[in-house]
Design a protein around this ligand. Structure first.
Ligand code: FES
Length: 239
């Protein structure tokens, strides 16, 4: 016959169980202890460990983003690359650009494509490294240069922006003349500084396209080593 416990034994057992739970709850800390008391179950140690780590996640994420932002800020502000004063052009196909007569004033422009990439030729107020200076019809000097329009940041297209005030307001860069601007992340490139990136996240200059004179016309015959943009861009890409 199994031995049956009397009411006194059952009460003693209940008190012993209660004391055991209270002891575990006390060891688990005040909040866990309360919960454990309510549940009547001992606290889960792995859950306690997770809770102890959880607060670190947003702090670490904020520190990571903050450091990355600081690094990018310093890099894009202080480490913009100068265009090569003596650029090396990769030879390419001969492509007609425009008649020389169409560059009848400073900042006249002609768009064309070189190796499937949109490019722009400009008449500038002065000579730039990698550009071309030729005699115009009336004997005056024409200073010309051409640039790839593919932004070196993430590959959007730059356009010639003639509104100096608009560039100062929208791109936070005050220039003396027109600029090549990228609307994607607001980079600004200076044509009269040989395509140097002067504002925004782009660091590398625009690749220059080699121009040559062919009678009364301008032709393109090569392009400066065009590295891929700094980072992949998933939106509309130029090439
Ligand atoms: S793609 Fe031109 S600034 Fe980002």
């Amino acid at each position: 016959m199994p031995e049956r416990n009397g009411p006194d034994d059952e009460r003693a057992n209940a008190r012993a169980t209660e004391r055991a739970h209270a002891g575990e709850a006390e060891r688990a800390g005040p909040r866990e202890a309360d919960r454990a008391k309510e549940r009547g179950t001992p606290p889960d140690p792995s859950r306690r460990e997770l809770t102890a780590w959880a607060w670190r996640i947003p702090v670490l994420a904020a520190l990571g983003f903050g450091s990355w932002g600081l690094y990018e800020g310093i890099r894009t502000h202080f480490f913009k690359e100068d265009p090569d004063p003596d650029p090396t052009f990769e030879p390419g196909p001969t492509v007609p650009v425009a008649p020389l007569a169409s560059f009848d004033r400073d900042w006249a422009e002609a768009e064309f494509a070189y190796r499937y990439a949109p490019a722009i030729a400009l008449r500038l107020p002065g000579p730039v490294p990698g550009g071309l200076t030729v005699a115009g019809a009336d004997g005056e000097e024409l200073h010309l240069a051409a640039f790839s329009r593919v932004c070196t940041h993430q590959g959007c297209l730059v356009t010639l922006n003639r509104d100096v005030e608009a560039v100062a307001f929208a791109f936070n860069h005050r220039a003396d003349g027109p600029s090549l601007t990228c609307g994607c992340h607001l980079s600004v490139f200076s044509p009269d500084r040989a395509g140097r990136a002067v504002a925004g996240p782009a660091v590398r200059p625009l690749p220059r396209v080699r121009l040559e004179r062919d009678g009364d016309a301008l032709i393109a015959t090569g392009i400066e080593g065009a590295e891929p943009p700094d980072a992949p861009y998933d939106g509309e890409r130029a090439v």
